[in-house]
Design a protein around this ligand. Structure first.
Ligand SMILES: *Cc1c(COP(=O)(O)O)cnc(C)c1O
Length: 354
């Protein structure tokens, strides 16, 4: 007799997370998943080559100590015990949800924001609650309300898909009124002017997550990390896989932390391109949300967003068409090279004329 679905009921009920399309490299202008259009710093590529010639037959350092030292120094944190390394910041988010949100409990996220948080709650057999942003992408008062079942609040900051940012002052107010931890997902913060690291120093209930996927041009490598007070890091270490980061990515990520000037240059270059994108899109009649990230969210009052996306796709340009239930749709376009933006923007012009 065939057994009924042997999986946990929570899995049977959940919808899978759908990552952005990843077509074969070089097949299109890829502006759909907010990767860096530029290669990583040369010192990182060199570190990868060196590590590949190293003792790959041996397990890596389980705590990625070299990286944690370099990260603490680069970020001005007191020491490596404030950092937890992960296989992408998505793994860090998984560890956090596993650590704080049990079956029957709940996490909160703003809406629209990063849908992965919902998937992580679903896997736990936990539930999620979406608090809609107010007009102008402001956090409503409800976002800071606590109750017994609420175990974790997650805030992408800058947010995706909007690219908007909530000030550290505002984040601190939210965390002060919550009784559970607040995770500030700073995947895009290297393109912004503020961050929440200082809040972590003085508040055991504020955690920051970071990734090397966007600003450092290392999405293909998989490396992200958590910044939190040492007792939080120590407890979460129990949850992670023993060897969650491999020797090559630890070497690369350690080298990346030494490339702060490179990072500042990339930020200047990409934010300049972003400003051009924003003004060109506005000139075409789009409502463009001012971005603090390496992508731009825009909506056209009389444009068919899906049709624009499809037209670009036929022309081998991939952007993100996003539709949020009970909210609406729009286009999220990653900041590419100036050349890529030129072909994207001129194709959008053609799409609007057709
Ligand atoms: C891209 C992204 C991440 C994931 O980063 P990885 O380190 O590549 O796993 C996390 N949060 C947000 C909001 C993102 O957009």
């Amino acid at each position: 007799m065939t057994q009924a679905n042997p999986f946990r009921p929570a899995l049977a009920k959940m919808l899978p997370y759908a990552p952005g399309e990843q077509p074969p490299p070089g097949s299109c202008v890829k502006l759909n998943t907010n990767e860096n259009p530029y290669p990583p710093p040369p010192a990182v590529v060199e570190a990868i080559r060196t590590a590949a010639g190293g003792p790959i037959n041996r397990y890596p350092d389980p705590m990625a100590t070299s990286f944690r030292r370099a990260a603490a120094e680069a970020l001005g944190m007191p020491g490596p015990e404030w950092i937890l390394a992960g296989n992408g910041s998505d793994e860090i988010l998984t560890i956090l949800v596993r650590g704080f949100v049990g079956e029957g409990q709940r996490l909160r996220l703003p809406y629209p924001s990063y849908i992965l948080y919902r998937t992580l709650a679903d896997i736990q057999g936990a539930s999620w609650e979406q608090t809609p942003f107010e007009d102008g992408w402001k956090l409503p008062a409800e976002f800071a309300k606590s109750d017994d079942g609420l175990r974790l609040v997650l805030l992408p900051n800058p947010n995706s898909p909007s690219g908007t940012i909530v000030s550290p002052n505002e984040v601190e107010k939210v965390s002060a009124s919550l009784t559970c931890p607040l995770v500030v997902d700073e995947a895009y913060v290297d393109f912004a002017e503020t961050n929440c690291l200082d809040l972590v120093k003085r508040n055991e209930n504020v955690f920051v997550t970071r990734t090397l996927s966007k600003s450092y041009g290392l999405a293909g490598l998989r490396f992200g990390f958590l910044v939190a007070q040492p007792h939080i890091v120590a407890e979460l270490t129990k949850i992670k896989d023993s060897y969650n980061c491999d020797a090559i990515s630890i070497a690369a990520a350690t080298a990346a932390m030494g490339c702060q000037e490179w990072l500042a240059d990339i930020k200047t270059k990409m934010n300049t391109t972003r400003a051009v994108m924003q003004s060109r899109l506005s000139a075409m009649g789009f409502e463009v949300t001012p971005s603090h990230a390496n992508f731009v969210w825009c909506r056209h009052p009389d444009g068919n967003h899906k049709a624009i996306y499809e037209f670009l796709k036929q022309n081998n340009i991939l952007i993100r068409y996003m539709q949020f239930a009970d909210w609406g749709d729009g286009l999220r376009i990653s900041v590419g090279t100036d050349e890529q933006m030129e072909s994207c923007l001129s194709t959008i012009e053609r799409a609007l004329q057709s």
